[in-house]
Design a protein around this ligand. Structure first.
Ligand code: HAS
Ligand code: HAS
Ligand code: CU
Length: 801
């Protein structure tokens, strides 16, 4: 096969540090992006792990002074946030997910490679923002949950935390939408969804969780930022706000998030169980149903994090039942792994050790979770070390064992070499001993009443000093295990045994390519029959041979503009974190406006750079282009975000807390404005139709009118805000605060939507759009229609109700 490699690949500089960096800044290759995510996540784990050693050192003996007060709280928060948002979530979903999904589906890349590059860098920068805050005045010291009103404490730590999580969330949503588009548009010819690997299903399930749920976290962060920066509040009881509403928003996402942490790895476990037992999976369909079951039920349990805030009994009971229910599909998964191994020819290598370790440990962690779901038991153990033990049991010596399993399993595919088995086993056993020593005493400490999030304790509590010391010793055993693991990875690059194409005798498609895979992924042509999810086994049995692919493959051109766009957002985020728009002329206001400029330059250059040197025909499975499909899935997350906020408003309104002031924004003005916005949607629709018929001038005119109508709407909006603002005190009135938040967020969407429409305008002016190539008009117009529909809802709930 001939591969048309991109023209500007810097072959001469590749091996130098800057060459590699440039490569990662410009690539759209899902494998490199997957690796970048994994490396960053492992870095996150190492830093957060070393911080944990600090925590354990402080708690080793009573009345210690190694790390106290605010400093302890900063380290604790940083530990939790890094571990969750910069290690366990990204490693599985966007790390392994990016690397493996296209390989498992037998395709060349994800649906939207450049969006993928942008997403990675945004993720990377969000981590940097968090770390910068530590050195620039102190990071957040409010726990990873940042409850109200603790989140109002001084300094810029919480600003950095909240803004970093918003950026991190956007990156994650783009990744999730991209995966959904890939799965529904790009499977190998003949591969139905029911022939996908369980890992691919797990990525789909996790992406759905992110798209539907993340709005909860974004809402919590957004309202926190607004109160900190502008003083408008939803939570402040002084104006009728409800502090517990913060927790509702936060846990509506953060409970499903624990399955975002878990599900990709349950997919990893399925792949490993099958390969290392030399058997097909036991109950493939049941496993998929269980994944979907967990996805669904996980949205009905969040209140188990809030049993102690005294919600009505009926709620508590309902959510306790939901909590019990979620254990069923999870139990089914574990049962299936064991069923897969049962009677198999077990190949006992490192990945299998980690898998068995996971199953064994996770059952304990899961069961203590179910115990916490029992309301009376939770009352006595909540906010104690029992909870700390539970979640480390499911995270550190549950899920993170599957991080290791996956890493040891795919390492030879990714790097071309095996890690050392011997060191792998040392790593494993030290992690087993270390985890048990660190966290099992914490269950007992919890039952003995030791509260979490305290930096010290008195010596006269029976058993506390002894158990804490054990726990600290355990943490250092873990550190030795971690150090061996790191050494093993570096060692393998030089000394590791070389791997062939199929490192372990697996039957899924990633094993049908070289290790590491070629730039275009596969150099063979696949048959178009997929009897099961293990095609290599089936084809072998059917006597089908994989032929060399002789067609011409064009690879996309690398481009730096997605990186620049992310950089722009990052600069702007630094400015917003440590300063504000209205601060006058400071370095931070300069960064805000400078960041916007960089962002816009990046975006327009990106839109103007063609993906391929030559026109390339794309095949896709659905009626929709990759861009449109990706946008449709992304819109799910926007609907989620507005839904959470609107539900919050409805709640405050029905409770009689958010009461509209007598002088309300005028319905008549809003009606006129609605007319403007709705017409813009129609104009855009017709513009698109003109493009399909090849009428470029009418198309451009349509875009122009759309933008003009958008601008009129926006100006009207500002006028209305100023008018209303002169009559009511935003900060002193709950209804006004909520109105400003939701309508303001919609205004921001108008701006984003308008930039979206301006991109194809720019493309058409530069000859990048014609009858055949529609540029980014499809996704832009979908987004614009969304913004319209949200406005209609706003009219109903704020102007008419
Ligand atoms: Fe944790 C609290 C202790 C791992 C998540 N943890 C939390 C919270 C979260 C969380 C979400 O004992 C709640 C935060 C909050 O309340 O807001 N945790 C540990 C220890 C480990 C650990 C000892 N945590 C995790 C993982 C998580 C996670 C994994 C999620 C994925 N954590 C605690 C404690 C608390 C806590 C206390 C409660 C405190 C309180 O006051 O309530 C270990 O498993 C970490 C092991 C990893 C390492 C790093 C290995 C190092 C590597 C790099 C190379 C190393 C070298 C070693 C070269 C130890 C791989 C040499 C190092 C030198 C410095 C010389
Ligand atoms: Fe959890 C708190 C309940 C799974 C992570 N969890 C946390 C926090 C984190 C976390 C990070 O209901 C603390 C957040 C913070 O900083 O405050 N969790 C559960 C339940 C499950 C569960 C029911 N959690 C996870 C996973 C996580 C994770 C997975 C991350 C990867 N969790 C709670 C509750 C709290 C909580 C309360 C709040 C505590 C508080 O007061 O703050 C389930 O998904 C576990 C299902 C799995 C199994 C094992 C396998 C199943 C088999 C079937 C038979 C078992 C049965 C149960 C029928 C259950 C083998 C028998 C039950 C007996 C008691 C014997
Ligand atoms: Cu939960």
């Amino acid at each position: 096969m001939t591969v048309q490699v991109p023209s500007q690949r810097p072959t001469d500089t590749r091996s130098s540090f800057w060459g590699v960096l440039w490569d990662y800044m410009t690539t759209g290759d899902h494998k490199k992006i997957g690796i970048a995510y994994m490396v960053t996540s492992i870095f996150g784990f190492a830093v957060a792990g070393i911080l944990a050693l600090g925590i354990r050192t402080q708690l080793a003996v009573p009345n210690n002074t190694f790390l106290v007060g605010q400093q302890y709280n900063e380290i604790l928060t940083m530990h939790g946030v890094l571990m969750l948002f910069f290690f366990i979530i990204p490693f599985g979903l966007v790390g392994l997910g990016n690397y493996l999904l296209p390989l498992h589906l037998g395709v060349r890349d994800v649906a939207l490679p450049r969006v993928n590059t942008f997403g990675f860098w945004l993720f990377f920068f969000s981590m940097i923002l968090l770390i910068i805050s530590y050195f620039n005045g102190g990071s957040a010291a409010v726990g990873w949950t940042a409850y109200y009103p603790l989140s109002m404490q001084g300094g810029h730590g919480v600003d950095a935390y909240a803004i970093a999580l918003v950026l991190n969330g956007i990156a994650s949503l783009l990744g999730a939408a991209n995966f959904c588009a890939t799965i529904f548009n790009l499977r190998a010819k003949g591969m139905g969804v029911w022939k996908m690997t369980v890992f691919s299903w797990s990525i789909l399930a996790t992406s759905l969780l992110q798209l539907v749920g993340l709005g909860g976290l974004t809402s919590a962060m957004l309202v926190t930022i607004l109160e900190r920066k502008l003083g408008i509040s939803w939570f402040n009881p002084a104006i009728g706000g409800v502090p517990v509403l913060y927790q509702q928003f936060f846990w509506f996402y953060s409970h499903p998030a624990v399955y975002v942490m878990l599900l990709p790895y349950l997919g990893v476990a399925a792949e490993i169980a099958s390969t290392f037992s030399r058997k097909p999976l036991f109950g493939y369909r049941v496993m998929v149903y269980a994944l979907m079951g967990i996805t669904l039920v996980s949205f009905f349990v969040w209140v188990h994090h809030m049993f102690a805030v005294s919600l009505p009994d009926s709620y508590q009971i309902a959510f306790a039942v939901g909590t019990m229910l979620v254990a069923v599909p999870t139990g089914v998964k574990l049962f299936n792994y064991i069923g897969t191994m049962w009677g198999g020819q077990i190949l006992l290598r490192t990945p299998m050790y980690w898998l068995i370790g996971f199953i064994f440990n996770f059952i304990i962690g899961g069961i203590t979770g179910v115990a916490l779901g029992l309301v009376p038991f939770d009352y006595i153990t909540t906010d104690t070390y029992f909870v700390v033990a539970h979640f480390h049991n499911v995270l550190m010596f549950g899920t993170a064992y599957l991080v290791m399993a996956g890493l040891y399993y795919w390492w030879p595919k990714i790097t071309g070499r095996f890690m050392s088995e011997r060191m792998g086993l040392w790593h494993f056993w030290l992690f087993i001993i270390g985890s048990w020593l660190t966290f099992m005493p914490q269950y007992v400490l919890g039952l003995l009443g030791m509260p979490r999030r305290y930096y010290t304790y008195a010596a006269n509590n029976a058993m506390w000093p002894e158990l804490n010391l054990l726990s600290t010793v355990g943490a250092f055993v873990l550190a030795i295990g971690g150090a061996i693991w790191f050494y093993n990875m570096f060692w393998s690059f030089k000394y590791g045994e070389k791997s062939g194409d199929n490192s372990w005798g697996g039957y899924t498609l990633e094993w049908a390519t070289s290790s590491p895979p070629a730039a275009q992924n596969f150099t063979v042509k696949f048959p178009t029959v997929f009897p099961t999810e293990r095609p290599l086994y089936d084809w072998n049995k059917m006597g089908l041979k994989l032929e060399r692919d002789t067609s011409v493959v064009h690879l996309p051109e690398p481009t730096v503009w997605p990186f620049v766009t992310a950089l722009g957002l990052f600069i702007m985020a630094i400015g917003l974190t440590f300063g504000w728009f209205t601060d006058g002329l400071t370095q931070y206001t300069l960064m805000i406006y400078g960041g916007v400029a960089v962002l816009l330059v990046g975006l327009f250059q990106w839109a103007g750079t063609p993906e391929y040197k030559v026109p390339v025909h794309h095949e896709h499975l659905s009626r929709h282009s990759n861009g449109n499909l990706g946008m449709m899935w992304f819109i799910v997350s926007e609907v989620g975000l507005f839904s959470v906020l609107i539900c919050g408003y409805i709640y405050l309104r029905l409770k009689g807390l958010a009461v509209p002031p007598i002088e309300r924004p005028l319905v008549s003005l809003a009606a006129l404005n609605t007319l403007v916005l709705v017409s813009s949607s129609f104009v855009l629709h017709y513009a698109e139709k003109h493009l399909e018929k090849g009428r470029a001038t009418r198309f451009t005119l349509g875009l122009f009118i759309t933008l003009a109508l958008g601008a009129i709407f926006f100006l009207f909006q500002i006028f209305e805000f100023t008018l209303f603002g002169s009559e009511v005190d935003w900060k002193g009135n709950l209804w006004a605060s909520v109105f400003l938040t939701i309508v303001g967020l919609h205004g921001l969407h108008i701006v984003i939507g308008a930039v979206g429409v301006a991109l194809p305008y720019y493309q058409v002016l530069n000859g990048k759009i014609d009858k055949h190539n529609h540029g980014s008009i499809g996704p832009a117009s979908l987004y614009w229609h969304l913004v319209d529909i949200v406005w209609l809802l706003i009219i109903v709930i704020f102007y008419i109700w």
